[in-house]
Structures are given as C-alpha cells and as structure tokens.
Design a protein around this ligand. Structure first.
Ligand SMILES: [Zn+2]
Ligand SMILES: [Zn+2]
Length: 310
C-alpha cells in the first residue's frame, strides 16, 4: 500500500510499504491535516517515534473487518497512571499514539475507534479530532464566569473554539490579522478584530511564544487565560509578573482530549452545530501532501483533506 513516510526533518516520501500490523485495519477515506502535521514534517515531534515514521492523526475510514464507518482516534490513554485515575486521560503518562492516517490503510487498537454518526462525511468526521481538543479547551474554562470571551488566532482551532463559545451563549471576539479569517469568524457568529483589548476569558490558539504573551496581555483583572496552541518544543515564554500577581490571572494549559470529548465533537459535526464544510479546504492525494504542507499559510483558514487513493 502507499503511505506518506517521514524519514527525517523535512524529508517526506510517498512509498510502497507493507500493510500495517495492528488490531483493526481501517481503509482511510479522508485524513485532514493541521499545524501539528506541518510541525512534524519540519521539525519532527515527540510523539512520532523513531524515523522512518508514519503521520496523519485526523483520520476517518472504513473498518476492513466489519465495514463500519469510523473515526480513528489518535490516542488511547493507559487508564492506569495517576492522571488517568484522576479523570484526566488527555495528559496520560503512557499514551499510545495512533498515527499514520496519510496512507491507504491504518492499523488501530479497537479502543481508538469511534463510530461515525449517519450523514456525516468522512472529511467532516476526521475533523472531530481537532474539534475534540477545542471541546476540551472550552471545558478547561468551565468555571470562568464570563459572558464574553476572546480568541487570539483565527486558524481552524481558533475558529472552532470561537464557534463552541458562541454555542455556549457567550459573546465572542476573535482576533486575527488576516481579513479572510475574520470573515470566517463572523460567519461562525463571533465578532472579529485586528487587535484585542481586555477580556475576562481569553483563549490562545496560535502556538507561538509572542501569542502566549499577547493572550496574557489581553486578560482583564481576574481573567482566565487558556493556552491552547503548543509552542515549539523547549520554548520558554516570559510573562509579566504584575498582572499574574496583582490581577490574580488564572493561566492554564489545554491539551488534547478525552474519548468522550471526541464523541461529543462527532455529534456537533453531524448536527451541523459546527459547520465543517466552512473549514474544509482542497482535497489532495498523497503525492501533493508534502508540497501542500510546505506552502505558507495565507488567506482563510481551511484544512487540507487527503484522499490517499486519489
Ligand atoms: Zn491535528
Ligand atoms: Zn494514563
């Protein structure tokens, strides 16, 4: 079968490889790409394992054994470590990562699979992975008593977070310098701006040190700041001690998702509450994946959809 294989930073090859081994084989119908894939291609990633490695973690397809339509979740928590026992499987210390969606077949443990609701396309279902992380990010601020919230960054994650906050009945402001992304935010029911003033709840969805700092700078006294975008490994961020201390800012990270949050995301996509078509970009084959991931991100925020048999 054909698969996109990473051989080192920047070295992506499409190759004929052996069928993967694992509990359940899934024929990939759609695998969406995100900023994490760009990072994996450019710099490698802590979850990739030793090269050569397969990647692609937003994957939907058909089980070869049962014919069922499934989303292939990208992780299975161990269930036994301290965070798992404490009800926080997203920060499991012994996570099994399930990567390799950019291929004709992917092997996954049965525990990673989620049935796709009727009527939801494969490309939409694949987006349940990033949307689940956004469901989790919003849940991290469940205790924040704020009728309005700001989202820094109008990429696909920022737009999804904004949509979820709108669905919660909050007044939402999205900040992005691209006019196309601001228009997308408005279509999702948010207000869109080029620069943030102060807000009682701020989500950072960029993943760069300067954006983490800007999110803290946009926090009103007593605000909650949720940092969603992962910065490159080993990065330090300088934060102002004044507002953290005197304004009692609550600054917290949000990472990944639980199994239940993936199912919730699938429901939101199937019902149309989150319009995945507004976030779907062009559909490409495996051979076009490398060039597409290397292209600079301009214009509106849309996810590449990979159809491995194209
Ligand atoms: Zn992703
Ligand atoms: Zn665990």
């Amino acid at each position: 079968m054909r698969a996109a294989v990473l051989h080192g930073p920047g070295d992506l090859r499409v190759e004929d490889v052996d069928e993967p081994a694992g509990d359940v084989l899934v024929r990939v119908e759609a695998a969406t790409a995100c900023g994490t894939d760009v990072k994996m291609l450019r710099h490698g990633h802590r979850v990739l394992g030793p090269y050569p490695s397969r990647f692609g973690h937003e994957t939907a397809g058909v089980r070869l054994d049962t014919g069922e339509r499934v989303l292939v979740g990208d992780s299975v928590a161990c269930g036994a470590c301290a965070p798992c026992r404490g009800g926080r499987p997203q920060i499991c210390r012994a996570m099994t990562w399930v990567l390799g969606g950019f291929a004709e077949l992917i092997a996954a443990p049965a525990a990673a699979l989620h049935p796709i609701p009727d009527g939801l396309d494969f490309a939409g279902a694949a987006m349940a992975e990033p949307l689940a992380a956004c469901v989790h990010a919003v849940a991290r601020a469940r205790d924040a008593d704020a009728s309005e919230a700001a989202v820094l960054g109008g990429g696909t994650m920022g737009l999804m977070i904004a949509r979820l906050l709108v669905l919660e009945g909050r007044d939402v402001t999205v900040c992005d310098r691209h006019p196309e992304r601001r228009a997308q935010a408005e279509a999702f029911g948010a207000r869109a701006v080029e620069a943030l003033d102060e807000h009682p709840l701020v989500f950072e969805a960029v993943g760069r040190p300067e954006a983490w700092r800007a999110a803290v700078d946009a926090a009103a006294p007593g605000a909650t700041v949720v940092l969603v975008g992962g910065c490159p490994g080993g990065t330090d961020v300088a934060l102002p001690t004044g507002p953290l201390h005197y304004d009692e800012l609550d600054v917290r990270g949000a990472f990944h998702h639980s199994r239940a949050e993936v199912d919730r995301a699938l429901e939101l996509l199937a019902s149309g509450a989150v319009d995945w078509r507004a976030l779907a970009g062009e559909t490409i084959g495996l051979d076009d994946l490398g060039p597409a991931l290397r292209r600079p991100a301009v214009g509106d925020a849309r996810k590449l959809v990979v159809d491995p048999r194209r």
